[in-house]
Design a protein. Structure first.
Length: 108
């Protein structure tokens, strides 16, 4: 096997495991990946869209779903009211901790 094939296999297997762990927490893999990408001190919606490589409209729909699940909150930036910052709720932080713990347990 060459390097691209190995990387593809690794990514495919990792994604399958990630989907399984996410499902156990009643999340899609995409939702779990979104949550894991939000820093503790929050991130602007445009910053998160860039980080995930998504259009802002797609990210907005995804974040709205996570908001309805009480996993994230969006707030206006204190210094610039045009900017929306997304934060994890306590429930969201708990889900992130559980996903991270599952992934760490995988490596043991």
């Amino acid at each position: 096997m060459n390097i691209p094939e190995l990387l593809t296999n690794l990514t495919t297997h990792y994604n399958a495991i990630f989907r399984q762990y996410s499902s156990r927490l009643s999340l899609t893999a995409s939702q779990a990946f979104h949550l894991l990408s939000i820093p503790v001190d929050g991130i602007s919606m445009s910053g998160l869209a860039n980080k995930l490589g998504l259009d802002t409209s797609t990210l907005t729909r995804n974040i709205q779903k996570l908001d309805k699940l009480d996993l994230v909150r969006r707030k206006q930036d204190i210094n610039d009211k045009r900017i929306l910052v997304v934060y994890l709720t306590d429930k969201g932080k708990g889900k992130v901790e559980r996903v991270e713990r599952s992934l760490l347990d995988l490596n043991l």
